[in-house]
Design a protein around this ligand. Structure first.
Ligand code: ADP
Length: 484
């Protein structure tokens, strides 16, 4: 299929600035999760294609891209961002069809991608080294340098946002990227590659090889020519990526999701909290690394919060992505059966409320109505596992110590939020919560391109977004000159 209006063949890879089929010529089928119908075919890249992509990236580092002034890199990123911004509608429609995201959420992702490009365009020439006072007769300074070829393995839930935060930051620092999109979600990655080419990104600075995780993905993770790996996805695959990185002794950034809590204290402004409590659970049908799947509420306000959340849940509707309901389908029938498996494990809990699936939603779509549970002990599987579906549990607590113990009582640590007017409590908990981001009287802060993001424990390590990402995508060289 030719990707409209980008004019590229969906079965092609982008290597060295050229679009071409993968070496085997094999393809994988993409399906529209809104009705299960075949969408198009994509390349089934594998190790030989990854070899070519790494070689092309290497050549880019040796050539024009590697020598380019930081300000010029910034200008190119800026142009990419402008082109993305000129294509909000076609990109959003592609994403909606490919991953089942409701149109308004897909549009927000395109805008976030454009914003990442804008942010990293501006940052490209603002990261610099230092001079260090040293012994008499010496001048010592540091240089921030790109790693070289960087590997980016991304998931299907937010392809555009993750391209923005990962590839955007890596390019800003002057690395040459090899991107392996998820097999379920390639189309906006391919479109992005074409827009980057049109914006004047030199050949080989961004290479895109679609394919399966165990094939193209594993080959990229293990490739000795790759000098840094960034991965967003499951804990199980994250372990494999880190093991592969260990073989080549290269740094790795892992963002592996979470079980993020919101803590609602007795003095919280419940009306202000409500939209955040619910949206953080059902946005993108719960298929969000930073989804808030645990709502911890002081026992004095528990019934009130459950009642108010339940009312919102009952109004939620899931339906085809292009029809733009509150929720689309899940990304695939496989993901739907994983989530339904969890709903089954919640049979001993109380369903406080359930949303609905629109009556006209096609039977072949991967729809799951959102479910709000109560009655889960903090160690219940639904309060411990990352479900990656529209499922939240509400758990009562008696005091701050218990709230903290429950909040920190999972192996994850990505995001947390605290709803309270008590400033001292806010400060205490901001320090004590095990999370890479803590929000006070809000959740998610509107995307937060500028805000360092990443986790601890099973949520992974390393930081993306903001300026911090630029340190991760570069290395520091110390130069010591003895001149007398
Ligand atoms: P999910 O379970 O949400 O699909 P995964 O962690 O399986 O998330 O996938 C995230 C990304 O990792 C995808 O691009 C996928 O192709 C890739 N991937 C899966 N398995 C491997 C692997 N063994 N090596 C490298 N990449 C992989």
């Amino acid at each position: 299929m030719i990707l409209d209006p980008f004019g590229i063949d969906t079965t092609h890879c982008l290597i060295g600035g050229e679009w071409a089929p993968c070496k085997s010529g094999e393809t994988l089928a993409l399906h529209d999760p809104s009705d299960g119908s075949p969408l198009c075919a994509i390349a089934r890249g594998d190790a030989p294609d990854i070899d070519c992509a790494v070689a092309a990236a290497d050549m880019a580092m040796e050539g024009e891209w590697g020598r380019m002034a930081a300000a010029q890199r910034g200008r190119i990123l800026h142009r990419i961002g402008l082109l993305v911004g000129e294509n909000i509608e076609p990109l959003a429609r592609l994403e909606a069809q490919d991953v089942g995201k409701p149109l308004k959420q897909a549009r927000a992702d395109v805008i976030a991608l454009a914003r990442y490009m804008e942010f990293y365009a501006g940052a490209a020439d603002k990261i610099h080294g230092a001079t260090i006072p040293y012994l008499d007769g010496y001048t010592v300074y540091t240089l921030r340098e790109p790693h070289g070829v960087t590997g980016h393995i991304i998931p299907w839930n937010y392809p555009m946002q993750i391209i923005g935060r990962s590839v955007g930051a890596a390019l800003a620092m002057g690395n040459a990227c090899v991107l392996k999109p998820a097999e379920e979600a390639c189309l906006t990655a391919l479109a992005f590659g074409e827009l980057a080419r049109q914006a004047g990104l030199p050949a080989g600075a961004l290479n895109i090889v679609p394919g399966q995780g165990g094939e193209a993905g594993a080959a990229l993770a293990a490739h000795p020519g790759v000098r840094h790996l960034s991965f967003t996805g499951s804990v199980a695959v994250g372990r494999r990526i880190q093991a592969a990185a260990a073989e080549n002794l290269v740094p790795v950034t892992l963002e592996l999701g979470g079980k993020s809590p919101q803590l609602v204290f007795a003095d919280a402004d419940i009306d202000a909290a409500l939209p955040f409590l619910v949206n953080a659970g059902i946005q993108n049908a719960g298929q969000t690394c930073s989804a808030s799947s645990r709502i911890l509420v002081h026992e004095s306000r528990f019934d009130e919060v459950v009642r108010a959340m339940a009312e919102r849940y009952r109004a939620l509707r899931a339906g085809p992505a292009l029809a733009d309901f509150d929720l689309g389908p899940l990304v695939s029938a496989r993901q739907k059966s994983i989530v339904e498996g969890y709903l089954d494990k919640g049979r001993d809990l109380t369903v406080a409320a359930r949303g609905t699936i629109d009556g006209d939603a096609p039977a072949g779509g991967a729809y799951v109505a959102p479910v709000l549970f109560t009655g889960a002990a903090p160690d219940h599987v639904l309060a411990q596992d990352e479900i990656f579906g529209p499922v939240q549990v509400v758990i009562p607590f008696a005091d701050e110590a218990e709230a903290l113990a429950i909040a920190n009582g999972t192996p994850f640590g990505l995001v947390a939020s605290v709803w309270t007017a008590d400033g001292a409590r806010q400060m205490r908990l901001a320090r004590a919560l095990r999370a890479g981001q803590v929000f006070l009287n809000n959740y998610g802060a509107g995307g937060g391109v500028e805000l360092p993001f990443g986790g601890t424990g099973l949520s992974g390590h390393g930081r993306e977004k903001g300026f911090e990402a630029l340190y991760g995508f570069s290395t520091l060289k110390t130069v010591a000159a003895l001149h007398g």
